[in-house]
Design a protein around this ligand. Sequence first.
Ligand SMILES: [Zn+2]
Length: 326
Amino acid sequence: MRITTLLRRLLGLKQTVVVGFELTETELVVDVKPSTRLAICSCCGRRARRVHDRRPRTWKHLDFAGMRVLLRYSIRRVDCASCNTTTELVPWAEPNIGFTRPFEDYVAYLAQRADKTTIASMTGIAWRTVGRIVERVVARRGSKSRLDGLRHIGIDELSYRRHHQYVTVVTDHERGAVVWVSEGKSAETVRKFFQELGPERNAALHSVTIDMSAAYIEAVREHAPTAILVFDRFHVQRKAHDALDEVRREQVRQIRGTEEGKALKKTRWALQKNPWNLTRPETEKLSLLSKRNRAPYRAYLLKEALVGILNRRQLLCRSAETRRVV
Ligand SMILES: [Zn+2]
């Protein structure tokens, strides 16, 4: 097999031909071109009359084997009868967007499942870009059929543009795809989703994963009363972490000014960490805590017990071959 054929298969892009590539230590740049020779106007989709010139451009694609992958192509600027001068339509990306469609699909899925630091480090893109990508992905899937056959869904909010704007994102856990998105993060926004889904499809929902906000819970109970409410384990764990920190801070207040109080103040990170990540000084801190400060230590043990239960539950779920997330 020729290497360009191999690359074309790896890229998995339709109507795209691989004409060459360049490999650096961290990056694979693949030279591509549309498989059709005719230039299509990216505004109206009609055949362009004339080609003006070409401008070199790159598009970020899915990483491969730990390497950044870029597509490179000199895009044609064209004359269109109705849109004047525009650029041609390329089969791998939306007009004027520097990411390929598979990359955007991946980001949109990730946006539902991971925190922003993880997404930023996994994809190498800024958080504020994520919101716009999610909107595009959902618009692309535009048809109503994406809402058919839903059984296990997740509803989550996602902030972008420096946290000033929010979108609510609904994911189909089974297909691993974003199926609905709308601006806002209130119960009202969630209600809009259920209204669009309609009574029949609401009744077919088996489970809905949400964060633990009362407004979301109420909206789900109201529209899909037969669905099981599932809380993401990290939201549950976060509550235990917060409670533990509250107990610790209360104790610090009580013994303020003493040596013991000062020592307790410094235990915050040790208490929040997983036991297997503790450094030796942190282990010593906890050992001292177990003797001196019973209340925070007890809260710590309760938090660890909860984590243990959640780990156990996840194993059970896997063994039962359900694809649900607990
Ligand atoms: Zn046009």
